[in-house]
Design a protein around this ligand. Structure first.
Ligand SMILES: Cc1cc2nc3c(=O)[nH]c(=O)nc-3n(C[C@H](O)[C@H](O)[C@H](O)COP(=O)(O)OP(=O)(O)OC[C@H]3O[C@@H](n4cnc5c(N)ncnc54)[C@H](O)[C@@H]3O)c2cc1C
Length: 496
């Protein structure tokens, strides 16, 4: 049987960060990726590549984006997003349930870990297109999310795989881990490629197989009614395998098992993520209104920046008649919409008048829809100036469901509607880990040599999710667990 110091199960961001860190710390490493090579990279490959990091100002950002042009610096207001703010926002969004020590590690290591990624070839840039608006002549960033990977999630995974290949790492595709057992002081991992089965031995194992969003039975079982109807935004290979393997090995289930991240998603998107048809999410509902088939609004579209509300919108639309809704914009807001609204494959319906638009929204109660728009338009206090880069307080008054910010009348043609349903991004539960990424049992004892990182770690997100934490948490805990796993295996870092 082949033996390794560290076996990494999974092939996304968390897995590759873990594998590279383990290798750097002297370990022999094998990576088992369930997907075939052409679909490697898990959900991470589907991401926009946005990382949430704590930074004190432009000098910190320059360590990630040293090639920022002086004109870009003088024309941008990057603001600050310090560690306290990052920690407080995420823990508050979890209802103060998140594992504080693990979250603190993610926050404090966010910038150094991104700097480490940069050393390994990942390139970052400011998210001008999606996270800033022009205010008083400057691009003002909002929502604590300021940098993304050049090339998005695909760019991230290409860079990480290029690094792993450069290190001659043993990367195995079509290799689905199916069983994990303890033998002496090592783990035995069984994996299957089609009908062929292989066993390997490793002193440390890092599980990074993502959550269970692509497991239709688990979705119905844990998330509840109708979740079998959700479309999967990303990888079809994340069916909870690593969670099962860890639970069978003695890990304790942890986190929000009935919680997931799910967004407004194109009604006609394919059932699983397709890397050639990205940008099916429709997250800038903050700039318009959203109506259901009864012609009624059902959310406060302007409650907060979209980064803090978008992850719950999938559940909201799933609860509407037919699990369908339409986002409505008029000529005044169309130009503010980002790329995800401009892709060719969007289900976009346009009309010069609201009456024509109503007639084209398949299955909507047209009269109720027109009444909703009229009531909404009349309820806005237009004395308050519109400013999409801050919570502007330009709100409605007297509606049963308010719009708390960014309320603009929908009154100027042409009008455009985007038909949406629920797209599930990832799930919130999995196993419990400590700040070293070690998997814990139900007495909080570490299982020797067993680690987890990424989406399959429970206890960070409850009910809500702050955009950009997933990649950051995966990289931070992946890197830490890789180092710890190498040390556990007795590996000695090479002399530099
Ligand atoms: C469309 C989309 C956009 C997103 N945008 C962002 C963003 O901009 N910023 C952000 O922070 N987060 C974003 N997310 C969330 C983000 O994808 C995740 O938080 C993060 O990528 C998870 O990384 P991971 O390594 O844990 O899992 P993944 O990247 O999903 O990797 C899991 C891996 O495990 C493999 N695997 C599964 N089962 C097995 C098995 N039995 N054996 C071997 N391998 C197995 C899979 O094939 C896959 O390679 C987005 C998600 C989606 C779907």
């Amino acid at each position: 049987m082949e033996s390794f110091d560290v076996a990494v199960i999974g092939g996304g961001n968390a897995a590759l960060c873990a594998a590279i860190a383990a290798y750097e710390n002297g370990a022999s490493v094998v990576v088992l990726e369930r997907a075939p090579k052409e679909h490697r990279g898990g959900n991470s490959a589907f991401t926009g590549g946005a990382f949430r990091i704590a930074y004190r100002g432009v000098d910190d950002l320059l360590t990630l984006v040293p090639d920022l042009h002086p004109d870009e610096i003088s024309n941008s207001d990057f603001g600050t997003y310090d560690e306290d703010q990052f920690f407080e926002e995420v823990i508050a969004m979890s209802g103060y349930r998140a594992d504080a020590d693990v979250l603190e590690t993610v926050v404090s290591q966010s910038l150094p870990t991104m700097q480490w990624l940069r050393q390994h070839g990942v390139r970052f840039m400011p998210i001008y297109g999606r996270q800033s608006f022009k205010v008083d002549g400057k691009q003002k960033f909002w929502g604590g999310l300021t940098v993304e990977v050049s090339g998005g999630g695909l760019g991230l995974m290409e860079r990480l795989y290029a690094k792993a290949e450069q290190l001659n790492m043993d990367l195995r595709y079509d290799a689905r881990a199916t069983a994990l057992s303890r033998e002496g002081d090592a783990w035995i991992i069984e994996s299957a490629t089609g009908h062929a089965k292989t066993s390997i031995r490793a002193k440390s194992v890092i599980l990074a197989t993502g959550g269970y969003h692509a497991n239709v039975l688990w979705r119905a079982k844990y998330l509840g009614p109708n979740w079998d109807l959700a479309k999967v935004r990303g990888s079809r290979y994340n069916t909870g395998d690593g969670i099962s393997l860890a639970l069978d090995a003695g890990a304790t289930p942890h986190g929000n098992w009935t919680g997931c991240h799910a967004v407004f998603y194109d009604l006609n998107a394919p059932p699983f993520g397709d890397i050639n048809l990205l940008n099916q999410q429709k997250n800038y509902f903050t700039l318009g209104i959203v109506v259901n088939a009864d012609g009624k609004r059902f959310v406060d579209e302007g409650l907060d920046f979209r980064n803090y509300t978008y992850s719950g919108m999938g559940a909201r639309v799933l609860a509407q008649p037919g699990a369908v809704a339409w986002q409505i914009f008029d000529a005044k807001s169309i130009d503010l919409l980002p790329d995800e609204y401009r892709v060719k494959h969007a289900t976009r319906i346009t009309a010069d008048t609201l009456e024509e638009l109503a007639a084209r929204l398949d299955g909507i109660n047209q009269r109720a829809f027109l009444q909703t728009v009229q009531d909404y338009n009349r309820s806005i206090d237009q004395a308050v100036p519109f400013n999409p880069a801050v919570k502007d307080g330009r709100s409605t008054a007297g509606l049963s469901i308010p719009k708390s910010n960014w309320a603009n009348p929908i009154d100027t043609g042409p009008f455009v509607a985007y038909a949406v349903t629920c797209g599930i991004t990832c799930t919130y539960a999995g196993v419990k880990v400590n700040t070293q990424g070690q998997v814990l049992d139900d007495s909080d004892h570490a299982l020797p040599g067993l680690y987890a990182a990424g989406e399959m770690v429970g206890g960070l997100y409850y009910v809500k999710y702050a955009g950009g934490v997933g990649l950051t948490a995966g990289s931070v805990l992946g890197r830490i667990s890789g180092k710890h796993a190498a040390t556990h295996a007795g590996s000695v870092p090479p002399a530099v």
